[in-house]
Design a protein around this ligand. Structure first.
Ligand code: CMP
Length: 140
């Protein structure tokens, strides 16, 4: 069993696709162990994406992630990190497989509908970055 962080990004929240995306996770065996709809501050978004600080798209990424609310979730289940990434599809929607979240709901590589932790190690950091221990309702 693993835990991973999922973020439904501003474009998908604005487009009313929160439910559609959650259904995809649940249908494929992931459980929602924690969730909150929140509007990120600039500081919180910058801290979350700190590893991308030197990238040319960092400013654009932070502006987008603070442009509207996001849905933060902890997903849990077998192979949750990889399973979440499979359900999301490739970062660039032009490369995302049919039926994935990004194929269905992303507009561009920036407005790509969802974020998911890329490893167990980043999942641990990312879950703890947004959630207190007592907010995560684990069933294992
Ligand atoms: P995410 O999984 O949230 O992690 C970092 C994000 O940076 C990524 O999804 C993309 O949305 C964004 N990103 C990556 N490359 C680019 C790019 N070339 N231009 C704009 N945004 C990008």
């Amino acid at each position: 069993m693993e835990r991973t962080l999922s973020i439904i990004k501003p474009n998908a929240v604005i487009d009313n696709n929160i439910g559609n995306i959650i259904k995809m996770f649940e249908d494929q065996g992931l459980r929602i162990a924690a969730a909150k709809l929140t509007h990120l501050s600039k500081e919180k978004a910058e801290g979350f994406y700190i590893e991308h600080k030197e990238r040319p798209f960092f400013g654009e990424l932070v502006t987008f992630m603070t442009s509207a609310p996001v849905m933060l979730m902890v997903l849990e289940g077998e192979n949750a990190v990889m399973k979440n990434r499979e359900i999301m599809g490739a970062t660039n929607p032009a490369e995302a497989a049919e039926g994935t979240i990004r194929k269905l709901y992303a507009k561009s590589i920036g407005e790509n509908a969802a974020h998911g932790s890329d490893s167990l190690q980043s999942a641990d950091r990312e879950v703890n970055y947004f959630f207190d221990k007592n907010e995560v309702n684990s069933r294992w």
